[in-house]
Design a protein around this ligand. Structure first.
Ligand SMILES: *Cc1c(COP(=O)(O)O)cnc(C)c1O
Length: 435
């Protein structure tokens, strides 16, 4: 039986969404049908990639058993790593709950593949904030700098292109590892497509063929039909509480790529002599596998949510990055909300639309390491999970919010409509602008 518009409207109304906001949302969606179909095609392709990898690794019920203690002969752990390697086109993989977050995975990959006297180069400007202390850009206990590993950086040109002259100047005898961040993260620069990453890698390897290229793959997995190992990267690194965990993994990180790189990381994570042979999985294997299985669809839900948000907010006079129509290479949506009260109202709507902690009101707070107050909305099953619908932003000009995630498209759609409802109720957008 078809659900009438009336019944649907009543449902939304019973959950606090006014007719004006819902009608505006529906009008917005009509323009996106073609784009969503394209996303569904990429999802279908990526889902088959994952399925093929699981079949090739002979995933079976025995994989779901929990190991404890040393975790010797954990067949599930070994097959998970085979699935990741197969799907992302790597020789080997390290996928572990002992990798505590994305920063840890990146730090591990760097620390284990660089030696004193060598140099790390970022040819795409300053990396993600949490890497400042890993590298020693900000002095920190245990940084690469403390171990005598130096750092060089080539910024992007003002138009976002690679500065090949500067990159050439920065590559020297000491340069051993090049780090390329795929997603813009919370910076204002374009996210790199896999194609662009491939162009950059071929130039860099043309200058210095034996250099190791690592890609920070956070937020990029399954957005396109290819991953960076397919265009010449030696190692990709990411977090399981983002795209590849599919909302199921409660912790974890991965490193996939050349055998040598992965084994260096494994021997650093556990110990020289132990490497990949130990590391109990404590019952986590099922959620890692099931999450990876779901990840292409979950990522596409998050992608649709970001595109919907941009198309909802941009016509209302709030600049969006990426903008409403451009092609996407990660799941993050920045929206410039211009006023502190708009930022706060937006986040309160995202929070109120969540499945968990919907009754709490997010408030700006003094977060360690930040100069300005920050407001965060997250009603997630996994703490800090940003593949689940979440929003945050610093309380400073231009009051930009960063929105990401959305496990299911209908729930994310609801959360985003709820954010607009809060703006509407506070007269921060007018009724006329919604028509
Ligand atoms: C999230 C993220 C990280 C760090 O991950 P955490 O899990 O928060 O430590 C690193 N780089 C990029 C681009 C990210 O998006």
């Amino acid at each position: 039986m078809k659900i009438s518009d009336e019944v649907m409207n009543e449902m939304y109304k019973s959950m606090g969404i006014s007719e004006a906001v819902r009608a505006y949302g529906q009008k917005t969606l009509e323009k996106l049908e073609e784009r969503f179909r394209e996303i569904d095609r990429v999802t279908e392709f990526n889902q088959l990639k994952v399925l093929r990898a699981m079949q090739a690794a002979k995933v079976d019920a025995e994989c779901f058993n929990a190991s404890s203690g040393y975790g010797y002969d954990d067949i599930g752990r070994e097959k998970i790593e085979r699935v990741y390697a197969e799907c992302f086109h790597g020789e080997d993989a390290l996928v572990r709950p002992q990798i505590t977050c994305g920063t840890h995975a990146l730090s591990l990959a760097l620390m284990s593949n660089l030696r004193p006297g060598q140099e790390l180069l970022s040819p795409v400007g300053k990396p993600y904030d949490t890497l400042d202390e890993v590298i020693g850009i900000r002095p920190s206990q245990g940084s690469l700098a403390e171990y005598g590993i130096s750092y060089a950086q080539a910024d992007l040109l003002p138009n976002g292109d690679f500065d090949y002259d500067e990159i050439r100047r920065k590559i020297n005898d000491k340069t051993h590892l090049v780090t390329i961040q795929r997603s813009k993260g919370y910076a204002v620069r374009p996210t790199l497509s896999v194609e662009k990453i491939g162009e950059l890698i071929s130039i860099i390897k043309g200058i210095k063929p034996d250099v190791i290229v690592m890609v920070d793959n956070c937020y990029g997995e399954f957005v396109e039909d290819r991953e960076p190992l397919e265009v010449g990267a030696d190692m990709i690194v990411g977090s399981l509480i983002k795209n590849p965990g599919g909302g199921m993994a409660p912790i974890g990180g991965y490193i996939v790529g050349k055998k040598e790189c992965v084994l260096n990381a494994a021997h650093r994570l556990t110990s020289p002599g132990l490497g990949k042979e130990v590391g109990a999985t404590l019952g986590m294997n099922r959620s890692f596998l099931q999450g990876f299985f779901l990840a292409p669809v979950i990522t596409s839900n998050a992608l649709k949510s970001s595109i919907f948000a941009a198309n909802l907010y941009e016509p209302l006079g709030f600049p969006c990055l990426p903008n409403a129509t451009e092609e996407r290479f990660d799941i993050i949506q920045a929206i410039t909300l211009k006023k502190p009260e708009t930022l706060i109202a937006f986040c309160s709507g995202i929070q109120a639309g969540s499945p968990v902690d919907s009754y709490v009101t997010p408030e700006p707070w003094d977060m360690p390491g930040y100069d300005d107050q920050v407001i965060m909305a997250a009603g997630a099953f996994v703490q800090g999970s940003s593949i689940e619908l979440s929003a945050d932003g610093p309380l400073r000009e231009p009051y930009a919010v960063y929105l990401q995630g959305g496990l299911t498209w209908p729930s994310a759609k609801f959360g985003i409509l709820y954010s607009l409802q809060k703006l509407y109720e506070a007269n921060l957008v007018s009724r006329d602008s919604l028509c």
